[in-house]
Design a protein around this ligand. Sequence first.
Ligand code: ADP
Ligand code: MG
Length: 153
Amino acid sequence: MSNTRRYVLPDQAGTEALGARLARVPGALVIFLHGDLGAGKTTLVRGLLRALGHAGLVPSPTYTLLEPYTLRDRHCLHLDLYRLGDPEELDYLGLRELMDGDVLVLIEWPERGAGALPPADLELRLDYDGDGRAATLHAASERGQAALELVDH
Ligand code: ADP
Ligand code: MG
């Protein structure tokens, strides 16, 4: 059973649609989002949160580092660690406490938080591909593998 899937995302709607498919996965889940600036990480998170019922904007938490959402009793955390100085800052933000319970955690620039983050269930990489994007979704845990099956069916 393969633990990696590849998707072609011809436009922004395609990126949002992949985010919406990730919204099918119930329960606790940690997703690392890799890719250059402008690759579409925040776009994908927006598609996911909208599919969970979020009607407002999805600001990039570049300066706040962390944006919490509660949607139909579902707890979500969106992190963007691009400007994180030191992984220890994540303790001051209360990440550990916020992760108590069934939380869906989406982390942009996870490499900057190395050592202070929970392990990923899914690793998603977005790459420029002509005018569009290509996504690679990799299951990094058993929970991530089950999620991969749900996203694909
Ligand atoms: P990141 O969070 O990775 O820095 P953003 O999601 O903020 O990137 O911005 C991505 C930009 O690329 C947006 O302007 C969005 O409209 C565009 N975009 C997203 N997905 C695609 C796609 N599949 N094809 C073309 N453009 C896309
Ligand atoms: Mg972003």
